[in-house]
Ligand binder design. Structure first.
Ligand SMILES: Nc1ncnc2c1ncn2[C@@H]1O[C@H](COP(=O)(O)OP(=O)(O)OP(=O)(O)O)[C@@H](O)[C@H]1O
Ligand SMILES: [Mg+2]
Length: 500
């Protein structure tokens, strides 16, 4: 497909989300669309897919101007949109979700359930998703749901696939599988628009890029002509200071704050670790390493078969999140959005809910306290919002994440456990999050972060624990950290190299 978008503008009330932006794309091209949270990326894609009408501007596909784009027209042009938000219907089976609104049904053919299941399964297997097409969507975890969203786009023949943050819930192996699929379809002439805040992904998969900032077009060009730092600077509009936060030194003390002893779950065994007050550790590992299940066990979402966890306040009872919080442990799960956001409520109410469920003891909510908390967070995390009274859904994806994350970080705990904390957050604001975590450590808090992004590990980890085959395979000190070393321990290479 060749696509040309010209002078696209779009306002929401007084807020101008897009100001006269251009965008173009050729056949078989993977085009990275970059910009900070709230830059207008999703809005432009919604316009292209007919979900939103632009205030002005034109869309030309294969040399012909398309007036009044609608979702149905976009579908006819074989444009598929993998949304930033998960849109699966929990009550339907995976295959039904995949066929929802699809061509088979539209053509009015008598659809054989068996055929649909078979076809859906074929796509899922092609993706190596390990998902059964006949199970209800409700049975899937978030990563699997994200894979189904992708599978849905692959089900029908496509000319353009828009991927808006497709990998936020995926692990490295799943991302590699996705990239293999993109490369293969690309060689058949399918075009892609790829949106991600993970710079290495853009550089691995895209050949061209376009940068937006605050709803305006900044620059377009070939990926081979820029590097990650230049891209980051285009994005934020200023020199990007990649200061090394770890270099400021460690605040680690000798007080054990969180001790895991011989913890065993379905896919991990005999895991022991101690995190000290003032220390930040990062836990990483590949798919199937047991790391994810270990994180889930800490979050009370998957069962612990034996072992125990101790904090300053005694043995931790994982059966109730309330009890966990009362023992001074704050747990910030991944995919906060899926679990944490009530779409119809305001930004402020959404913030309060997370907070009050966790630890508010009084019946009364202090208005002033609430407003202060919001203002503080807005500044610290550079949240782009007109008013805290707006619906949370009026915020861009990343700004919603910041709202929820910021609030949890405000809870006064001794230990903070965060799974994938910067998911969907732009590169500038990621630094703000890292700084907040270092501040927590400086105040004597123990911080445990689950992450698979090396730049993040490097910014945070006083030490990094690497899972392999259900056990901690390495405990790497900050000074020894390297991506290669982590990869070696993640893949168990160290176990196979004989000692010399
Ligand atoms: N339905 C809406 N109502 C009001 N404002 C909106 C709505 N949708 C988007 N906006 C505003 O438009 C701007 C652009 O948002 P958009 O979602 O396109 O950003 P984005 O580049 O996708 O950011 P992110 O990386 O965080 O997903 C934001 O300021 C956002 O608050
Ligand atoms: Mg977006």
């Amino acid at each position: 497909m060749t696509l040309e978008m010209r002078n696209i503008s779009k306002s929401f009330g007084a807020a101008r989300a897009l100001k006269n932006v251009p965008f173009d794309l050729g056949p078989g091209e993977v085009h990275g669309l970059l910009g900070e949270n709230g830059a207008g990326k999703t809005t432009l894609m919604n316009i292209l897919a007919g979900a939103l009408q632009p205030d002005s501007g034109s869309i030309t596909i294969n040399g012909k101007e398309v007036r009044g784009m609608t979702p149905r027209k976009a579908n006819e042009y074989k444009i598929r949109f993998i949304h930033q938000e998960l849109n699966l219907c929990n009550d339907l089976a995976v295959y039904q979700n995949m066929f929802l609104g699809g061509e088979y049904a539209k053509a009015g053919l008598i659809v054989q359930k068996k055929d649909e299941i078979a076809k859906a399964q074929e796509v899922l297997d092609f993706m190596r998703a390990g998902i059964n097409a006949a199970v209800p969507a409700a049975a899937l975890d978030t990563a699997q749901k994200q894979l189904v969203e992708i599978a849905r786009a692959l089900l029908f023949e496509s000319e353009l696939i828009i991927m808006d943050e497709p990998t936020t819930a995926l692990n490295n192996q799943e991302i590699e599988n996705l990239f293999a699929i993109i490369r293969r379809l690309k060689s058949e002439g399918v075009s892609f628009i790829y949106i991600s805040h993970k710079m290495p992904e853009i550089f691995a998969i895209a050949e061209r890029y376009t940068v937006f900032r605050d709803g305006t077009f900044i620059q377009s060009g070939f990926i081979k002509d820029i590097d990650e730092r230049t891209a980051a600077e285009l994005l934020v509009g200023k020199k990007f200071v990649t200061e090394n936060l770890k270099a400021a030194g460690s605040h680690k003390t000798n007080d054990a704050a969180f001790s895991v002893r011989n913890l065993r779950g379905a896919t991990f065994n005999d895991v022991s670790l101690t995190v000290h007050a003032g220390e930040i550790i990062v836990i990483t590992g590949l798919q199937g390493s047991g790391k994810d299940e270990f994180a889930q066990a800490l979050f009370g979402a998957s069962p612990v078969l034996s072992g125990e966890i101790e904090t300053k306040n005694g043995r931790l009872n994982l059966s109730s999140i309330k009890k966990v919080m009362k023992s001074g442990v704050a747990m910030i799960p991944r995919n906060r959005k899926e679990r944490g956001i009530i779409p119809h409520l305001s930004i402020r109410n959404n913030i309060s809910l997370a907070y009050f469920t966790a630890l508010h003891n009084s019946l009364f909510i202090s208005n002033k306290e609430e407003i202060n908390r919001w203002t503080r967070n807005k500044q610290k995390l550079e949240i782009k919002a007109d008013s805290e009274n707006n619906a949370i859904t009026s915020l861009s994806g990343g700004n919603q994440q910041k709202v929820i994350l910021g609030r949890w970080l405000e809870i006064n705990a001794d230990v903070y456990i965060l799974d994938n904390p910067t998911q969907g957050i732009d590169i500038g604001a990621k630094y703000a999050v890292y700084k907040l975590l270092h501040e927590l450590a400086a105040r004597g808090k123990a911080v445990i972060v689950f992450s698979n992004e090396f730049p993040e590990i490097q910014q945070l980890a006083g030490r990094c624990l690497v899972f392999y085959k259900g056990k901690i395979n390495a405990d790497i000190q900050y000074k020894d950290l390297s991506e290669v070393l982590i990869m070696q321990y993640s893949t168990g290479l160290n176990a196979e190299v004989p000692d010399v």
